[in-house]
Write a protein that binds this ligand. Structure first.
Ligand code: IPM
Ligand code: MG
Length: 359
């Protein structure tokens, strides 16, 4: 039976990096005989320009029918002035919530070849391998009520709601404990329970769920401390589990420990393991169209997609090995190059991964 992948290039550097990732997908599709079919659709600002919506109905229908989705990135200054309801980001958030992709896995792995590219000292980051499990369809991103209202005195007030119910916490807790079982069996849950009730409940449910996983060690950390520990001694962490907004922030910090956010893939999964795969970085409008963006995070997202949603572990391993090999060969896009050294373009990096796959 053939498997369907929906490709959503999106905005900014999205189309350039996705193009390289799709070449890699096509290559393993034929060499491993995976029977994958893919088609593309619009999302984000480019979808808004074409259709007036950042998440057109046709895209959502195709997304629901797909076994997996590969997404580039959305957003850019061109659409900054738009009403919140039609901003490019709403396309991404709409996909996450409509498909119930509540479990966002963001690995931060330091490739030894890139230790020099990290802004931290090599001894602090060498061997780094963290997994951030971010809740993706709840919390303050989606809580109601929200908006900007005018008070009686004429002053305007912006407001959002930070809310989690028990079942939302329980299912992301399970995702984190399950992931930890495949790794070093430690979960650190991140909260702000010294101030926010919602995270008092979060912490309580984490404790409750941890009883189902006696083989996994659970600890707790306040989010401000976690931010500090991430840049002080990041190797203390194995799996970090947290809510939507804290996860957004901490995963950018964790990504940077590895030298470049341009290296990190992510998976967003629903309860059945179907998912959307995307690089952790954004649409980088400042370098869009220049052919200098790093396609490796998107290529590694293809590997995650093959592993988690398409039951093709060997092909995933092959892609990851190929990426490691091109790094060994010294190929660097600008974001991961050490100062003054030679860099390759987006498509040259794609060529190199393809060549490494064939070798
Ligand atoms: C991310 C991004 C998104 C988020 C934006 C683009 C809506 O920063 O995936 O981390 O905040 O979740
Ligand atoms: Mg983010």
């Amino acid at each position: 039976m053939s498997k369907k992948v929906l490709v959503l290039p999106g905005d900014g550097i999205g189309p350039e990096i996705v193009e390289q990732a799709v070449r890699v997908l096509d290559a393993v599709n034929s060499s491993f005989d995976l029977g994958i079919e893919h088609e593309s659709a619009l999302v984000g600002g480019s979808a808004y320009d074409e259709t007036g919506s950042p998440l057109p109905e046709t895209t959502l229908t195709k997304a629901k029918a797909a076994d997996a989705i590969l997404l580039g990135a959305v957003g850019g200054p061109k659409w900054d002035g738009l009403d919140m309801s039609v901003r490019p980001e709403k396309g991404l958030l709409g996909l996450r919530s409509n498909l119930e992709l509540f479990a966002n896995l963001r690995p931060a792995i330091l490739y030894p070849q890139l230790a020099e590219a990290s802004s931290l000292k090599p001894e602090i980051v060498a061997g780094l391998d963290i997994l951030i499990v971010r809740e993706l369809t709840g919390g303050i991103y989606f809580g109601q009520p929200r908006g900007i209202r005018t008070l009686e005195n004429g002053e305007r007030e912006g407001f959002n709601t930070y809310v989690y119910n028990e079942s939302e916490i329980r299912r992301i807790a399970r995702s984190a404990f399950e992931a930890a079982r495949q790794r070093n069996k430690r979960v650190c849950s991140i909260d702000k329970s010294n101030v926010l009730e919602v995270t008092v409940l979060w912490k309580e449910i984490m404790e409750e769920v941890s009883k189902e996983y006696p083989d996994v060690e659970l600890s707790h950390m306040l989010v401000d401390n976690a931010a500090m520990q991430l840049v002080r001694a990041p190797k203390q962490f194995d799996v970090m589990v947290t809510g939507n907004m804290f996860g957004d922030i901490l995963s950018d910090a964790a990504a940077m420990l590895t030298g470049s956010i341009g290296m990190l893939p992510s998976a967003s999964l629903n309860a059945e393991g179907r998912g959307m795969y995307e690089p952790c970085h954004g649409s980088a409008p400042d370098i869009a169209g220049k052919g200098v963006a790093n396609p490796l995070a998107t290529i590694l997202s293809v590997a995650m997609m093959l592993r988690y949603s398409l039951d093709a572990k060997d092909a995933a391993d092959a892609i990851e090995a190929a990426v490691s090999k091109v790094l060994d060969q010294g190929l660097r896009t600008a974001d991961i190059a050490s100062q003054g050294s030679e860099t390759v373009s987006t498509s040259q990096m794609g060529d190199a991964v393809l060549a490494a796959l064939k070798a």
